[in-house]
Design a protein around this ligand. Structure first.
Ligand code: UD1
Length: 355
């Protein structure tokens, strides 16, 4: 049930490792032989996810060991103790807030948690001599792209506080790396992660009404919501709906593994896109989900969502060049795996344990 499976490794600390992308990355790292130490305050994640991660890895001979600590990343002394006691070799920093609309309403909270969390982590790393870091950034740092596909040299201009926190953290990493050339920092700019582990044991479990398309579609599929709302069909795209670069979360997780294993060959700071290089429209995603579920899912077209761009997808060639990584999973696999998770766990981790 693992996809990785090469070369031994070391100890990786994953902040926010119980979350959606963190838990999938924990699986792939464990399976590749890394020991994984998760730190999470479980403010938007469930400890059940970690039990499931351990269960997936247990089936894999040679998997590393999983430990976890409940703590808030802005608690620098506690983080410093964990880094020292666990003899951490490298950190993957996922912990943070990620809702665009909420960041507009509560900007200070976003700056405190996302920027404050990252500076706290960098201080703890400096205090313990840990110099390898992979950061969970976002394609949102590009804002409205002038041309597509977007490569890493495209102008940066996030259009909301959430996106600005990601860009600020990248800039902090750049400055810290410039002050200590032994640093090996990578910012991974994710496009649109969807899907779930093929076991159906772990997946995305948003609280409240999902903001993102695929989780919303899947809640319609299990009957938690009546119909999908398509935010605008008058964009200048072939079918009029927005185009994004959806990437299977297992491919994304394998991108983190590739980044960790490439770190020592890279410059002190590097930003890398993780996407498939292919765009899909909202209607194409609904079609793929309908195929996975086995019936046409109901939708209605409503007005555009403020702040949405018409079309953005990645040029992922730098990731291939520097990390030797490429996404391989199709939109149909993303939909099928997301559906397996959602149908077996209709209420997410709050429901009965998956079989
Ligand atoms: C959103 C965030 C982005 C963040 C990413 C995290 C906004 C404006 N952008 O990206 O900053 O990094 O999530 O995953 O919130 N759509 C519908 N109906 C829905 C939901 C979405 O039609 O119920 C459409 C959107 O208009 C868009 C596409 O589906 O065209 C994807 O939307 P979404 O999943 O929210 O991702 P992004 O907007 O790309």
């Amino acid at each position: 049930m693992c996809n990785g499976g090469r070369v031994p490794s070391g100890v990786a600390l994953l902040t926010g490792g119980a979350g959606y992308i963190g838990s999938h990355t924990a699986v792939e790292l464990l399976c590749a032989g890394w020991d994984v130490v998760v730190v999470d305050d479980f403010s938007n994640a469930s400890p059940v996810a970690l039990e499931r991660v351990a269960r997936i890895a247990a089936d894999h001979p040679g998997a590393g060991r999983l430990r976890h600590h409940r703590l808030d990343v802005t608690d620098t002394p506690a983080l410093t103790r964990v880094l020292a006691e666990e003899r951490v070799d490298a950190v993957v920093h996922f912990a943070g807030l990620k809702a665009v609309g909420e960041s507009v309403e509560q900007p200070l909270r976003y700056y405190r948690v996302n920027v404050g969390g990252a500076t706290s982590l960098l201080e703890a790393m400096a205090a313990t001599g840990v110099r390898r870091l992979v950061f969970s950034s976002s394609a949102t740092v590009y804002g409205e792209p002038a041309t597509v596909p977007v490569d890493e040299r495209a102008p940066l201009g996030p259009t909301n506080p959430y996106g600005r926190t990601k860009l600020i953290v990248e800039q902090v990493m750049r400055d810290v790396a410039a002050a200590d050339e032994r640093s090996r920092f990578v910012a991974l700019r994710y496009f649109n992660p969807v899907g779930a582990h093929p076991s159906g044991l772990i997946g995305e479990d948003p609280e409240g009404v999902p903001n993102n398309l695929m989780p919303y579609i899947m809640q319609v599929a299990v009957g938690r919501r009546p119909r999908i709302r398509v935010f605008g069909d008058d964009y200048p795209t072939p079918d009029g709906t927005g185009i994004r670069d959806y990437i299977h979360v297992v491919d994304l997780a394998l991108g983190h593994l590739a980044a960790l294993e490439a770190l020592d060959r890279l410059d002190p700071f590097t930003a890398v896109n993780l996407g498939t290089g292919q765009g899909s429209s909202v209607l194409e995603v609904i079609d793929a989900a309908s195929r996975a579920v086995g019936r046409q899912l109901p939708y209605e077209v409503v007005g555009r969502r403020p702040g949405d761009v018409a079309a953005i997808w990645a040029d992922p060639s730098l990731a291939h060049e520097l990390l030797g990584w490429k996404a391989t999973r199709t939109l149909d696999e993303m939909a099928a795996d997301h559906w397996r998770w959602q149908s077996r766990n209709p209420q997410g981790y709050r429901g009965a344990p998956a079989g």
